[in-house]
Design a protein around this ligand. Structure first.
Ligand code: FE2
Ligand code: FE2
Length: 273
């Protein structure tokens, strides 16, 4: 018997600011349970990682009745109080995946594994560091990219061991250049790294979701042909709705538009940290 599909709602890069009007997001999330089994947010929830910014988002997410999982983006990581941000989200039932994973058992037949890390920059080819702003800084980014990939490998191993029907990877930085669209090649090293992609490919997940590349395109794949989607708000212009069928096919089932909430700027060099 074929299993029913698993429905995913996905978005990233909300960049919520203090006192921002979140009614377009609220409207897009209204009755989201009619269209999705889980909501995944791939980082940059906030503009500055401030508690009041996250409080506003938490108030909106508190009304979502399906499981919500997020990973932090570089903007959320501007906060030194990340554990407070995590606690705040947890208080409204939202799980932060930061080198951690989860398996959601939707019913007897359907389970979804999710593995989340922020990731980092580093680039996509040997020598990409030539574009970096200096040897020391570049080396630090490379070390961090290896560390993030090792964390991802560990969580993917853990989640895979629980044998979910589908496995989805949630990162903020991109594991592929194929979703970088109109991003200038000089910025690629800030937007993700190839090691994330090869790590993901080792586990053949159904799908990898990311954000961060505001000028990118939505649909791509890793070198090893893992389907990838860049769900950054400036790219999708709303909450993307996808369906994962039991044979591993991904279907686009809709978009819940979000108007008037686009973040103002694309990725800057300072955003790497
Ligand atoms: Fe962003
Ligand atoms: Fe970002």
């Amino acid at each position: 018997m074929t299993q029913p599909s698993i429905r995913i709602a996905a978005i990233a890069d909300l960049h919520i600011r203090v006192n921002q009007d979140l009614s377009p997001l609220e409207a897009a999330l209204k009755d989201i349970q009619d269209d999705a089994d889980v909501l995944l947010i791939a980082g940059d929830l906030t503009e500055m990682g401030r508690i009041p910014e996250m409080e506003q988002l938490a108030q909106v997410l508190a009304r979502v009745t399906i499981p919500v999982f997020v990973t932090f983006g570089n903007h959320d990581r501007r906060s030194v109080r990340r554990s407070a941000l995590t606690k705040l989200l947890k208080s409204v039932g939202v799980r932060v995946l930061d080198g951690t994973g989860a398996v959601v058992k939707l019913d007897e037949q359907r389970s979804l594994g999710i593995a989340g890390v922020t990731g980092t920059g580093g680039g996509f080819r040997p020598g990409a560091e030539e574009f970096g702003p200096g040897v020391r800084f570049t080396r630090a980014v490379m070390i961090k990219s290896r560390r993030e990939s090792a964390r991802l490998r560990k969580v993917l191993t853990d989640v895979r061991a629980q044998d979910p029907n589908h496995l989805v990877v949630l990162t903020h930085f991109t594991p592929t250049v194929s979703t970088l669209g109109n991003e200038p090649p000089l910025k690629y090293w800030m937007l993700g790294n190839a090691l994330l992609g090869t790590t993901i490919d080792d586990f053949s997940p159904t799908l990898a979701l990311h954000g961060h590349a505001h000028l990118g395109n939505e649909v791509g794949s890793t070198e090893g042909n893992t389907p990838v989607r860049n769900v950054a708000l400036p790219v999708t212009r709303g909450i993307r709705l996808l369906s994962l069928s039991s044979d591993g096919q991904i279907a686009v089932t809709g978009l819940r538009p979000i108007a008037g909430m686009l973040p103002e700027e694309s990725v800057r060099e300072s955003d790497l940290q």
